[in-house]
Design a protein around this ligand. Structure first.
Ligand code: IPD
Ligand code: CA
Ligand code: CA
Length: 269
C-alpha cells in the first residue's frame, strides 16, 4: 500500500481490536451449537461487544465524529466539533447467520464518510486474515497488495454473487427470476451470506459481479468504495444513480460484465 492515512490507521486499529474479541467468541459458538437453545443470545452479545469496542476506539481517536452503527443506530459525536460533518458507518459483524452457524465467513465493516462521500473503507475477515481497504482515489488493497477486478468480459463462465431476500420482504419471485436469468446466461451463482465480503470479492477479482436488494448503509458503504477503487463499476440496481449506499439496492461488476449483468437483472423487474 502506498501511504495509509491517519484515518485508515485508526480504522485498522479499531477493527483489529474488535476482531480479537469476535474471534474468541467464534471459537465458543461451536460449543453452543449442540445446546437446545443454540448460540443466538451469545452471538447477539458478541455483536454488541464488537460494536462497543469499535465505538470506543474511534470516538477516542476522533471525538468530533458522528456514528451510524447497525446496533446503536445514529450516535452523535461525544464532543461538538467545528461543524465537521464526518461520520463512521459501522457493521461490527457482517454475516451474522454464518457466525451463528459456525461458518467461517463473516467480517467487520467500517466506512468513513465526509460531506456525504465515503472516503475510506475497510472490510476485515479475521478468520482468513484478509484485510481489504480503500481510500478515495488511492486504490484498493489487501494489506500491501493492490486489488483489481477480474478481466472477464462476458457472463459466460462468470461467477456472480447475490444475497437472498428475507421472506418478510416478499421479493422471492423476482429474486428467483433474476437467479434464473444469470444461470441461463452461463453464470455460476454464489450466495455466501456476507454482503461486505461479496463486494470485496468482486474487488479482488474472485467474483465478476454481485447484486442484492434491501441492504443497509453499513452493509455496503465500505465494500462499495473498495470495489470502485479496484476498477469496478456499480450503481443503484433500479436507477443509474450512484446512491446504492442509501437505497441498499446494489449492483457491482467488473467492466466487461457490468452492462450485461445490469441489463439482465433489470429485465426481470
Ligand atoms: C446481512 C449479510 C447478508 C445479507 C443480509 C444482511 P448481517 O448482514 O450481509 O449477506 O444478505 O441482507 O443483512 O445481518 O449479517 O449484518
Ligand atoms: Ca450486515
Ligand atoms: Ca451485522
Amino acid at each position: 500500500m502506498s501511504t495509509i492515512s491517519a484515518t485508515l490507521n485508526i480504522m485498522i486499529r479499531a477493527a483489529e481490536r474488535a476482531a480479537r474479541s469476535l474471534t474468541r467468541d467464534f471459537g465458543e459458538v461451536e460449543n453452543l451449537q449442540v445446546s437446545r437453545k443454540g448460540p443466538g443470545d451469545f452471538v447477539s452479545a458478541a455483536d454488541r461487544r464488537a460494536e462497543e469496542i469499535i465505538y470506543e476506539e474511534l470516538s477516542k481517536a476522533r471525538p468530533d465524529t458522528a456514528f451510524l452503527m447497525e446496533e446503536q443506530g445514529v450516535v452523535a459525536p461525544i464532543k461538538a466539533g467545528d461543524g465537521n460533518p464526518a461520520r463512521w458507518i459501522i457493521d461490527p459483524l457482517d454475516g451474522t447467520s454464518n457466525f451463528l452457524h459456525g461458518l467461517p465467513h463473516w467480517a467487520i465493516s467500517i466506512a468513513y464518510e465526509e460531506k456525504g462521500e465515503i472516503t475510506a473503507g475497510l472490510v476485515y475477515d479475521p478468520i482468513k486474515n484478509e484485510l481489504f481497504t480503500a481510500e478515495r482515489n488511492k486504490g484498493a488493497f489487501m494489506r500491501r497488495k493492490r486489488l483489481r477486478v477480474s478481466g472477464r468480459v462476458s457472463l459466460v463462465e462468470s461467477m456472480i454473487a447475490t444475497g437472498a431476500p428475507r421472506r418478510s420482504l416478499g421479493q422471492k419471485e423476482r429474486f428467483l427470476k433474476e437467479c434464473d436469468a444469470v444461470i441461463d446466461a452461463g453464470g455460476s451463482l454464489r450466495r455466501y451470506g456476507a454482503a461486505s465480503l461479496d463486494l470485496t470479492y468482486v474487488a479482488a477479482g474472485r467474483y465478476d459481479g454481485y447484486w442484492e436488494r434491501s441492504l443497509k448503509p453499513w452493509d455496503v458503504a465500505a465494500g462499495y468504495l473498495i470495489v470502485r477503487e479496484a476498477g469496478g463499476f456499480g450503481c443503484d440496481l433500479d436507477s443509474d444513480s450512484n446512491n446504492a449506499v442509501e437505497t441498499g439496492n446494489i449492483l457491482v461488476a467488473n467492466e466487461g460484465c457490468y452492462q450485461p449483468l445490469k441489463k439482465l437483472i433489470r429485465a426481470c423487474g
